[in-house]
Design a protein around this ligand. Structure first.
Ligand SMILES: C[S@@+](CC[C@H](N)C(=O)[O-])C[C@H]1O[C@@H](n2cnc3c(N)ncnc32)[C@H](O)[C@@H]1O
Length: 364
């Protein structure tokens, strides 16, 4: 089946039921069981659409593995702990993390790996990468049995559907996806202003001037709430790393990326990745409401340096050829430099109350 049939399906649905929300559009386009962007392909790498931090360098997953080991020790080294990764992509982060923690055999033995992944293609890829591991897959976090856990989510929340709201002179309206009969293309449209739309907008942003756009991700809120509940009730920690805002702001960030370049959001649905900036203040607030404590967000560069990425790079360089040493330096720069992934990408940790400050986060 081609991407056009996903577009036709969307047009039919809109013709029958009327315009759909941006969140419904994203969910269909990204995770439709057969034709969704993630369901149908491995999008990573030079030949794909984008590269994520674990694909940039093994150092990323290794340091996260050591972060997990520190959490486990602070929990009193429980005999079993669930290591849950949300949206594990190719499984690279998990493989690097598990290799790094071999230095702590007791922790290594305690780990039960749980992967939350919707894409059948990526599940196969993860199974290949982690072929020597006992792994359990789940379609959603709620399916993972309760118990002490460490949750990792790298570039997961930015892929979750968002709703968009726009302030009109008469009030807040929702941005919808409709069908323009003249051009026969999918087109953005605005709902009438309503109190219902206004209710979705965080209170601090409700008085924004006309033209302001606000994005809200109900799916992210639900998943963070569930993750924080588990951590607070059963012990453990969560680590979210993603690109996004560190303070609440009215802005439109939804974007499409195909072949490492920006594309039109409504063009050829299913053939481009769709993401939006993660709203860290809202995620942190939701986690606290669920009974957990939060740390950060801090820039990815500061977080990785706090975990010792420069020292790790120096060790790898000592055993590397000139070409490999240059690649290690380039990866370090890409992951940590301010103008690269060092500041826009941020880390947020979720712990039980009284856990203390996890590694890589500033005290106080
Ligand atoms: C941008 S990729 C990040 C992959 C990986 N964490 C990395 O850093 O390379 C997003 C991942 O989340 C998965 N995903 C997207 N939406 C999902 C959902 N609603 N539930 C579970 N997994 C989802 C995708 O299939 C993919 O594995």
């Amino acid at each position: 089946m081609t991407a056009a049939s996903l577009e036709d399906r969307l047009k039919r649905r809109i013709a029958e039921l009327g315009p759909i929300t941006v969140a419904d559009y994203m969910a269909e386009v990204l995770t439709h069981p057969e034709q969704g962007y993630y369901s149908a392909r491995d999008p990573f790498g030079v030949a794909g659409d984008f590269i994520t931090a674990p694909e940039v360098s093994q150092m990323f997953g290794e340091l996260i593995g050591l972060w997990c080991a520190d959490v486990w020790q602070r929990l009193g080294s429980p005999a079993t702990i669930k290591l849950i990764e949300l949206g594990p992509g190719r499984g690279t982060l998990m493989a690097d993390a598990l290799r790094a923690v071999r230095i702590l055999p007791e922790f290594r033995r305690a780990i039960e790996v749980h992967l939350v992944e919707v894409s059948p293609v990526l599940r196969e890829r993860q199974a290949e990468t982690l072929k020597d591991e006992a792994v359990t897959w789940h379609g959603e976090l709620a399916e993972v049995p309760d118990g002490p856990c460490i949750l990792i989510a790298n570039e997961f929340f930015d892929a979750l559907p968002i709703r968009q709201f726009r302030k009109d002179p008469k009030g807040w309206c929702e941005v919808m996806v409709g069908h323009d009969p003249a051009s026969e293309r999918l087109a953005f449209a605005l709902s009438a202003p309503s109190r219902n739309a206004a209710a979705y907008v965080p209170e601090a942003l409700r008085d924004s001037p006309p033209g302001a756009m606000v994005e809200v991700s109900p799916a992210s809120i639900a998943i963070m709430s569930e993750a924080a509940r588990r951590v607070a009730a059963h012990g453990g920690a969560g680590l979210v790393i993603d690109y996004g805002r560190g303070e609440q702001r009215a802005e439109a960030t939804l974007q499409a990326v195909r072949g490492h370049a920006r594309a039109e959001v409504l063009d050829a649905p299913g053939s481009a990745d769709l993401t939006a900036h993660v709203d860290f203040p809202t995620l942190a607030e939701v986690a606290r409401q669920a009974g957990a404590e939060t740390h950060g967000p801090v820039g990815q560069g500061a977080f990785l340096k706090g975990l010792g990425i420069e020292q790790r790079a120096a060790i790898l360089r000592a055993h590397a050829s000139d070409r490999q040493a240059k690649e290690i330096d380039a990866a370090l720069h890409r992951l940590c430099a301010q103008e690269q992934m060092g500041t826009l990408f941020k880390a947020l940790a979720v712990t039980p109350p009284d856990f203390g400050v996890p590694a890589g986060f500033p005290e106080g």
